[in-house]
Structure formats: C-alpha cells, structure tokens
Design a binder for this molecule. Structure first.
Ligand code: GAP
Length: 441
C-alpha cells in the first residue's frame, strides 16, 4: 500500500482516539481485539449518520416504515434463514503461531504471513455468536445474537403488514447492532465483532420488474452518499459474479469505497436481490403464512425482496477518511476534518476572545445558550485563540464565534469559517438566520 495512505490511516486512528471519536474496546485492560467504543464525538457523528439515513430512507418516503427488533433471537430464526448452515468462513490455522486466516483473504496459501509457518487443513468456522439463555448451566437454551438485522424484518413481515396499512411495493427499514465472529480483522473499525447496520427490505410482487426497482435503489444509495458528503469518485460499484453470490442472492452490487488502509476498493455498502428466499424459508420453518393478498388483482403470493444494506461503522470510517486534510506546512500546518455540516459533531464553537475577561465570557455565554437550543454547540475558551481554531478544525466544527471587546459596543461577533479560515462580522441578532442558512435548517 502507498506509504502516504498508510500514514493517513495511522493519523486517523490516532486522531480518533485523541479527540474522542473511537477508543479501543476494554482499553484499560489492554484492549479486546476487534472491538471498539465510541467517544463523545464518535457518538455524535454516528447519530448524525443514522439520523440522515432514517430521514432520507424512512421518513421522507411514503413506501417505507421502520422497526427496532431485538438483538437476541431464537435459534429457529437462524436455522430457517440458512445462517447456521451457510454463514461460515473457510479458515486455516498456522501450525506454528496458531494465527487464523480467512482462505479467501490469503495471498499465499503455503505459508503464514506472520511467521512463515505451515497451515492446517481448511475448516469452516461459523460467524454466528451463540447466546446461552437461562441461569442453570447444562439446561440453557441456545439462542443467537443476530448476524444481520435483516432477519428481524423478515420475521416481523406479517406483524408489520397486519398492523399498518401498507401495500406492496413497500419496505421496512431498521438500524441496529449485528454480531459476527470475524477472524480476519484489523483495519480499525472496518471489520469488527460488533457493528451497526442500517438495512432495508423492500417487498415487491414476484412479477415486478425487479431490475428496474433494483436500479432505482442504486440511484437512491448514490444520492445518500452525496447527502452525507461521500464523493462518488471514491466509489466503485462491483457487480458480484454469479458464482460468488451469497447463498440467498440472485444479484448483488457491492458499493465499494477507497479506504486509506488498502490499495483496492473495499465493501462499504451493498444491495442484493434476495428473491422470496427468506420469507419462503420462514414460512416453511414456522408454519405461518408469509403470503400477501393483493386486493385489486386477488393475487396471493410470497413477496420478493430488494435489500439495500449499509454499515454505520464503515460509513463513519469513510467519512473520517474523506474529511481528513492537512493544510499548510511546518508551524502553519493544520489538520482539518472537512465534514459536511450535517455530519459534524459540533456545528458551532463559541468563545470569548480571552477566557479571563468576565464581560466577554458573559456575552459569549448568552450567545452559546441561545444557539445551543437549535444546534449542537461547543464552548471553547482554553488557551490562545489560534490554538482553539486548530482544535476545532481538527474535529470538524464548521463555524467558530468569537466575542471580542468590540462586541460589547457593536452587538456583533466574529464568525470564522473552518474551510476557508475567513472571518466575518455578524450582528448577534442575525446569528439565527445566518446559521439557519449556512447549516441548512
Ligand atoms: N443483510 C445483508 C448483510 O448483512 P453484509 O454484506 O454481510 O450483508 C452488510 O453486511 C454491511 O454491514 C456491509 O456492507 C458492511 O458495511 C457492514 N459489515 C458487515 N460485516 C461487518 C463487520 N464485521 N464489521 C463492520 N461492518 C460490517
């Protein structure tokens, strides 16, 4: 991989920890491999991604509703869906250092990339996490942590249909955690044991023009990328070959993104045509009808499904990668996260020019309290103003308001723009309309 990109990845990981976006999981105990916790800024960024997704794909559309299903589900769900049988990775283990590798990710199957040792025979490892229910050992029921959020939606298809007045075509969306016993890990939050998905199952008639509906969803996914500030030049839509499709899919496109940890594009999101596979499986296994009755035509059928799927954590990593910029040189160098304002954890920083001048602090606080009612603002009066600008640039705060001595006379403040570093004088009374326009609400 190019050295520059490798350095960029290291810088992003370091910034993420230092500024409170992402911490290693169980950090004070030396960490737990491939688990992460999100800090104060990480949770804001994550929530901004999820909010934008929910609004764009659920609330702004008439043909979508949402659910929030449970993480623990009956083993029967995963038997029926085929995950217990098929959701496996082929792995080999090094006989010397005992590190395990996914066969499809190894460049050389003859020797271990970590120590040069010989490999064991290939074995299949289940990706599903078992959860034991019940207090008495030996009498516990085996359940599973969901390996994808999608199954909640299939299992609840009839519940949603019966409790809402939805006609096909319509979709159900969900945001939530999924769990996979991944072995090939690393690359920060790209592939972890616990992660969040934003998934849609869009139900269509068996004779619908599924390719056209599929293509419309591809367009919507591209529009979403634009909405949150991911540039299409960093994407590669990879049409998966027939013999490489997942066990449930007839057509899949992986929306790949150019992450800095790899020279290749890697999967960020995906869209699949899952046919009527899942609902048919659940109908067979549960004995409950998954059929839909179409009143106008009197047709009864098991709907087919188009599934757009998104990983929250990978989206966050893509946003950090795309936003990370270094500008200027030497002492003048600044790191700036050029996040779109709708994604930035804080929208506006507010401060008195000098932290120890009571009159300035009072005025700045009044402004801060007022603006905070509408936008997520941050108070920042530590150190000199130049350092504070740098500090807010590094976490992507788009605007910085400074109250100076003139403010006490002219009822105006300086507003600095993160990207241009230009400053302009704005009347305090006009700040609401100024930011409503700039921040698009
Ligand atoms: N319901 C379909 C499904 O789960 P997937 O391609 O296996 O498809 C969907 O996963 C998305 O979830 C991926 O595109 C990726 O963004 C995210 N994802 C999958 N495994 C992940 C992992 N171990 N860590 C982080 N994100 C993951």
């Amino acid at each position: 991989m190019a050295k520059k990109e490798e350095n960029k990845m290291e810088k992003i990981v370091s910034l993420a920890k230092r500024r409170g976006f992402v911490y290693p999981g169980s950090d004070i105990y030396g960490g737990l491999a491939n688990t992460y916790d999100y800090g104060p800024l990480g949770v804001e960024l994550k929530n901004n991604i999820k909010r934008a997704w929910w609004k764009y794909f659920i609330q702004d559309r008439e043909d979508m509703v949402g659910i929030d299903g449970g993480i623990i589900s009956s083993a029967k769900v995963w038997e029926a869906s085929g995950h217990i049988k098929n959701f496996k990775d082929p792995l080999v283990e090094c006989k010397k250092c005992h590190h395990r590798f996914r066969v499809d990710k190894l460049k050389d199957l003859k020797k271990c990339p970590d120590c040069g040792g010989e490999f064991t025979e290939e074995k299949q490892f289940s990706l599903l996490f078992k959860a034991m229910i019940g207090p008495v050992e030996g009498e516990q029921e085996t359940a599973y942590l969901r390996g994808e959020t999608a199954q909640n939606i299939f299992v609840n298809f009839k519940n949603v249909l019966n409790s809402n007045n939805k006609k096909i075509p319509f979709g159900i969306g969900q945001i939530g955690k999924a769990f996979r016993n991944e072995v090939t890990t690393g690359n920060f939050i790209f592939r972890t044991l616990e992660f969040e998905q934003m998934e849609i199952e869009y139900f269509i008639a068996p004779d619908a023009d599924w390719n056209k509906i599929f293509e419309n969803w591809v367009d919507d996914i591209h529009n979403f990328a634009d909405l949150i500030g991911l540039n299409k030049k960093n994407f590669n839509d990879d049409e998966i070959k027939k013999d490489e499709l997942a066990f449930y899919s007839k057509r899949t496109i992986d929306m790949e993104y150019k992450f800095p940890f790899s020279d290749e594009h890697e999967e960020l999101w995906a869209i699949a045509y899952r046919t009527d596979y899942d609902l048919t499986q659940h109908q067979k296994a549960s004995g409950q009808s998954m059929e839909y009755f179409d009143e106008p035509t009197k047709a009864k059928y098991i709907p087919h499904v188009i599934e757009p799927t998104f990983g929250v954590d990978r989206t966050l990593l893509a946003l950090l990668s795309e936003a990370y910029h270094e500008e200027g040189e030497g002492d003048e160098m600044r790191v700036v996260l050029k996040l779109k304002p709708n994604m930035a954890p804080y929208k506006i920083a507010v401060a008195p020019l000098l932290g120890n001048k009571e009159k300035l602090s009072e005025k700045a606080r009044e402004i801060f309290v007022e603006l905070k009612k509408k936008w997520n603002c941050v108070w920042d009066d530590r150190g000199n103003i130049g350092k504070r600008y740098r500090s807010q640039d590094e976490i992507g705060t788009p605007y910085f308001i400074v109250v100076d001595f003139d403010s006490l006379e002219d009822e105006a403040v300086t507003v600095r723009d993160r990207d241009t570093t230009k400053q302009e004088r704005v009347k305090i009374a006009d700040l609401d309309s100024y930011f409503s326009e700039k921040l698009n609400n």
